[in-house]
Design a protein around this ligand. Structure first.
Ligand SMILES: CC(C)(COP(=O)(O)OP(=O)(O)OC[C@H]1O[C@@H](n2cnc3c(N)ncnc32)[C@H](O)[C@@H]1OP(=O)(O)O)[C@@H](O)C(=O)NCCC(=O)NCCS
Length: 228
């Protein structure tokens, strides 16, 4: 039922997991508190993606010793953990059109504030349409018309929106940009030098982008978001 969690290359202590959204609906793994939340969803696609996100998150949390915690949500929609070891770890969730993925890490790690984004190949058209409004001149140069760098320019912003818990529109869209990309190692540099951005291309060409930052960078981002 649970996917295999694996270490995030280049991010010590962080693990991630991915699972299909298109599986028969099964809620038996939910805790009572999660089940209560699940009952609020009525659309089948939303139920499937939410359950897949919880399965991926549970797998990642198990790998960092917090598999018994309930994965609820805070007022902004971000995952909020309650229960055993909940205050010792952080988790982030994303969905693509067919898959969900999650990443978890210990709060004691160097960069405990994490975010994740799944960018489907089909998202490229939308990104192409808005690239002239969003990307910096350096990013246009880095991305040219290449698929992965262009999706990465978007995914890094979404992953940073989650890692900072500021959301895409108050902060990441305008204040996060790529400075360099190393496609071989799966590492990107952004304008927050302390941040680590890792990316992987899955077997069905999904791009998974993970951002990990320190609490100081999260605080700085929140300050920026509140000034905007
Ligand atoms: C939050 C946001 C980055 C999500 O990205 P997305 O591409 O729409 O969706 P994804 O599938 O990648 O991720 C969805 C998951 O992100 C998580 N999430 C939602 N809001 C979040 C937030 N504020 N911070 C961190 N994670 C968040 C949830 O786990 C959600 O899945 P779930 O509802 O099934 O648990 C984006 O919707 C956004 O920024 N919206 C604007 C919200 C905003 O600006 N709010 C202001 C204060 S935060």
């Amino acid at each position: 039922m649970f996917p295999l969690a694996q270490p995030v290359p280049g991010l010590p202590g962080a693990v991630w997991a991915t699972t299909s959204i298109n599986t028969p609906i099964d809620t038996t793994f939910l805790t009572p508190a999660e089940n209560e939340l699940y009952q609020t969803f009525t659309a089948e696609q939303r139920q499937r993606e939410w359950l897949a996100g919880r399965r991926a998150a549970r797998a990642a949390l198990r790998a960092v010793g917090a598999g018994a915690a309930s994965i609820l949500r805070n007022a902004e929609g971000a995952p909020q953990l309650k229960g055993p070891h909940a205050d010792q770890v952080e988790v982030a969730i994303t969905h693509g059109s067919n898959h969900a993925a999650a990443v978890a890490t210990h709060r004691t790690s160097a960069r405990p504030c994490i975010g994740i984004d799944w960018v489907d190949p089909s998202d490229l058209h939308r990104i192409q349409r808005i690239r002239h409004r969003v990307l910096t001149p350096n990013e246009h140069e880095l991305c040219k018309d290449e698929d992965v760098p262009l999706r990465l320019a978007w995914g890094a912003r979404e992953a940073m929106a989650k890692a900072t818990q500021t959301g895409m529109f108050r902060f990441a869209l305008a204040h996060v940009h790529l400075k360099a990309i190393d496609q071989k190692s799966g590492e990107a540099l952004i304008n927050y030098p302390e941040a680590r951005i890792r990316f992987m291309v899955t077997s069905d060409h999904g791009l998974v982008v993970i951002a990990a930052i320190s609490p100081t960078t999260r605080q700085e981002a929140n300050l920026t978001a509140n000034l905007c």
